[in-house]
Design a protein around this ligand. Sequence first.
Ligand code: RFL
Ligand code: PHB
Length: 401
Amino acid sequence: MRTQVGIVGSGPAGLLLSHLLAQQGIESVMVEDRSREYVEARVRAGVLEHGAVKTLTDAGLGERLHREGSRHDGIYLQFPGERHRLDFPDLCGESVWVYGQTELTRDLFVSRLAHGQQIYFEASDVHIVDADSDQPRITFIDSDGHAQVIECDYVAGCDGFHGVSRATIPESIRTVRERHYPFAWLGILAQVAPSTDELIYAWHPDGFALHSMRSDTVSRLYLQVELDDDIANWSDDRIWDNLATRFALDGWSLESGPTLEKGITPMRSYVSAPMRWGRLFLAGDASHIVPPTGAKGLNLAIADVRRLAEAMGHAVLHGSDDLLNRYSDDALQRVWQSTYFSWWMTSMLHTPAANDPDADFLRQMQITQLRYVTGSRAAMETVAENYTGKSMDGIEGLLAR
Ligand code: RFL
Ligand code: PHB
């Protein structure tokens, strides 16, 4: 089989790339190691930057997002006894949108399959071969057990953090920079109306908590827990008790409800560079992951793919490799800005481990920082322009000049 772009992975990065390529008349074939149902059911991110919404809207993918998603003009930052709102339009002229990654993935699958996109689901033994030659290939075993080969002009590695694409790039030319955090997030999806109109990021001596949402009837909430904690230790009652304690504020109460899903996710910052090797290009989690505190993972994947689709279009339609040659350097500017912001938010909001000898000092620093970040307009503008993605668009604007 032959195609112009072979795409490994059909998460949001791979699906959106195939869509943006198809809009330019460029053909692709996708290889995914899970089933469509599995990919669609994964509960993950919820916040889209204004630029991500624009990318999706311009690509004709904004219909349900605008109908069922909701624009948020701010977030709350909380520490004991105080909850402060950051008004994004006032601070930086932008907003964000709350629309679940599951919904976006569903929209992308519906649109791609309606347009005849070829996707091999439940592929196994996936390999990228000769990526540094003019004839790269993806080899795999399809769901019927048949060996398949896709010959292509380019390979896009969109197979997430645990995929095979990144590992195809020789260790000798890759540099990995990473940080492991000494805590994890316990996340729940609950059948209950959100108790807040906008997201609440709360610092508490017992640990961080986040109140997010998916719709008028479904809430998404997170708790900072021990790194090696087991979800079996967390009954629904224990989760709701901890959430109520960490969000407590006079005159406000947290509504609880049945839990639809729960799980624990470790937190890590990780960047592997370069994002290109020969004709293999990495996008999204395949190349970098951030702790979810800044809500950046999905947004970075969308930004990478927008850039990669444009660069591949430039190469295929105009015969110029200029943008492909710049892809890795340009994409990494935004990756590092988002990595910085995610690390900064994470460090400010997560309480240090009890056995950290500096714990008392660090907690005092965090409260002092939160007072400053919620009291100084300059500091609030910094949060607003990073959270909405405006600062990242600024970086791209600088590069474009
Ligand atoms: P994805 O979504 O991981 O999709 C990669 C796809 O590739 C497939 N795959 C393979 N296919 C073929 N061959 C192989 N060998 C393959 N190996 C894997 C996978 O099955 C999958 O379908 O990466 P992508 O597209 O780059 O999208 C990135 C986003 O999904 C990610 O950044 C965010 O979801 C990160 N993230 C969160 N981000 C936020 O902004 N807020 C959150 O609350 C949030 N929660 C999360 C998260 C990521 C999580 N992971 C990865 C463990 C919660 C979790 C649990
Ligand atoms: C979510 O709704 O899942 C969500 C929102 C904001 C974050 C992380 C996760 O920072």
